[in-house]
Design a protein around this ligand. Structure first.
Ligand code: HEM
Length: 481
């Protein structure tokens, strides 16, 4: 009753078909500057007509809190998948795209309890050391280059190794890891190109046959790389020895879908879940690592202070910073948090939807719409952060005994991992990876800017928000610490 007298949040009047066609060719993040401009005109909650559903965009911290925390259960749903994502998600049988219900709960709880639980995360310490050695080796090899080392591909490979080991166990070699990385990246970077297929799929299946075939081909390639690993691991699990450490794929065989007669997952669904695990944890983390190292190169005083902090905790002769030592380094933690605030890898959380029509701030948020939250804008709010575009880790040093609260449960000050029921389940793992690698990269090497290059912090949208001019740096092993 009350609802019928209320209207959608304001927004520009559009000519439905033509404009949604134009919108759809862009990914949501490419729309960011347009949305900012519209919000300066219409306010912090607006509606755009994209495709057949109204898309609502929220940039205000307090509205996000009202939605995702105070009315968390209502705003925890996901919209129905578009045609291409229906294929990539095995019809929404993964954590990030499942609707809010028993299947989502089962899959998310499995990941949390079996893989992201602190004791299990600890068991992967050996993998992290191994990957650190690979990364250091690669950086040392390339350091003689006079134009500096382009670090991003090494960061990407390192994060990929880590997540592949957690997903498929630790018996893979470099060639196999490379193969998986390639097939995953091709799909991820292709997503923009395939977006157009979602515009009226029955029509694009006729007129964009080649592009559809290309898309289906990529999914087939993914299957041909991942399925043998999945099957091989199933056999390994049956004959497990003493040194067996559970991998993500091992946890999936015994799950029973509560909504579907307790059937087990199909191989197609297991491919999807492994792929989600790899994608969610690699690009996001390597992007954050690059942004943080870029600021460390740009501002030598930050590097010095980090180095001094590490020196005060580990022995001078220590080859590496151990995981136990990280908790004794508040400045390191502050650098990581400031990196995630100033340069969040995802400028939007994944699209949410509501479980039923809901009135927010006097506007109707309709069930058939999508709700998008603008992460970057929240962390740059001058009402919370003094001089918000400056990189100042010190702001996080007085966060109190509990440390800074990333869950936003009382108030949202930034939300690099989202907040509420759909908050990133991997946030603690991501922060551990960032702390471990940043500390060790600064402990093992001295980082310097390339002469005449003051490290350009411009952004470019890929799968995540990356550096437009990727970081290049001189990296020299520290001999006398
Ligand atoms: C710096 C690294 C990372 C960042 C910035 C990040 C950020 C995010 C964001 C913004 C969301 C969407 C939240 C929402 O829709 O409200 C998300 C969801 C998710 N992330 Fe992460 N993430 C990172 C690392 C990881 C890692 C390491 C994993 C797992 C190994 C992971 C697994 C997931 C999953 C499964 C979801 C879907 C959650 C759901 O829909 O219930 N992420 N992440």
């Amino acid at each position: 009753l009350l609802l019928s007298s209320k209207k959608l949040p304001p927004g520009p009047v559009t000519v439905p078909i033509i404009s949604s066609f134009l919108w759809l060719r862009k990914s949501i993040s490419e729309l960011e500057p347009i949305i900012r401009k519209l919000q300066s005109q219409y306010g912090p909650i607006i509606t755009l007509r994209i495709g057949s559903r109204p898309a609502i965009f929220i940039s205000n911290r307090s509205l996000a809190h009202q939605a995702l925390i105070q009315n968390g259960a209502v705003f925890a749903d996901r919209p129905p998948a578009l045609a291409t994502n229906r294929i990539l998600s095995s019809n929404q049988h993964n954590i990030s795209s499942a609707s809010y219900g028993p299947t989502w709960r089962l899959l998310r709880r499995n990941l949390n309890a079996e893989i992201l639980h602190p004791s299990r995360v600890k068991a992967y310490g050996g993998a992290r050391r191994w990957v650190l050695d690979i990364l250091s080796g690669r950086l040392s090899e390339s350091q003689s280059k006079s134009e500096g080392v382009r670090v991003m591909e090494h960061f990407q490979y390192a994060m990929f190794c880590l997540l592949v080991l957690m997903c498929f166990g630790d018996k893979l070699d470099e060639k196999q890891i490379n193969q998986i990385e390639q097939v995953q990246r091709r799909l991820l970077l292709g997503l923009g190109r395939f977006n157009i297929l979602n515009f009226w799929p029955r029509f694009t299946k006729l007129v964009l046959k080649k592009r559809w075939a290309e898309f289906i081909g990529l999914r087939k390639d993914q299957e041909s790389v991942l399925l043998p690993l999945i099957r091989a691991r199933k056999e390994a699990k049956l004959s497990k020895g003493d040194d067996f450490v559970m991998a993500y794929v091992d946890t999936l065989w015994d799950l029973q879908l509560p909504d579907e007669d307790k059937r087990s997952l199909t191989e197609d669904e297991i491919i999807t879940l492994c792929s989600e695990f790899l994608n969610a944890g690699t690009d996001t983390t390597s992007t954050a690592l690059q942004w943080i190292m870029a600021n460390i190169v740009k501002y030598p005083t930050i590097q010095e202070r980090l180095f001094e902090e590490i020196k005060g905790v580990v022995e001078e002769t220590a080859e590496e910073v151990k995981e136990e030592d990280l908790q004794k380094m508040p400045y390191l933690k502050a650098v990581i948090l400031e990196g995630l605030r100033r340069h969040p890898p995802a400028h939007f959380v994944l699209p949410h939807s509501v479980t039923h029509d809901f009135v927010l701030d006097g506007h109707v948020v309709p069930k058939n719409g999508t709700v998008n939250f603008m992460v970057a804008d929240m962390g740059w709010d001058p009402q919370v952060w003094e001089d918000p575009m400056a990189f100042k880790p010190e702001r996080f040093l007085n966060a109190g005994d509990q440390g800074f609260d990333l869950t936003g449960s009382r108030e949202i000050k930034m939300m690099p991992f989202g907040v509420g029921r759909r908050i990133c389940p991997g946030s603690a793992l991501a922060v551990l990876h960032l702390e471990y690698f940043v500390a060790n990269l600064v402990w093992k090497f001295e980082w310097r800017a390339v002469e005449g290059d003051d490290v350009d912090l411009s952004e470019k949208q890929e799968f995540t928000m990356v550096m437009k001019n990727p970081l290049k740096a001189h990296i020299s092993p520290r001999v006398n610490k």
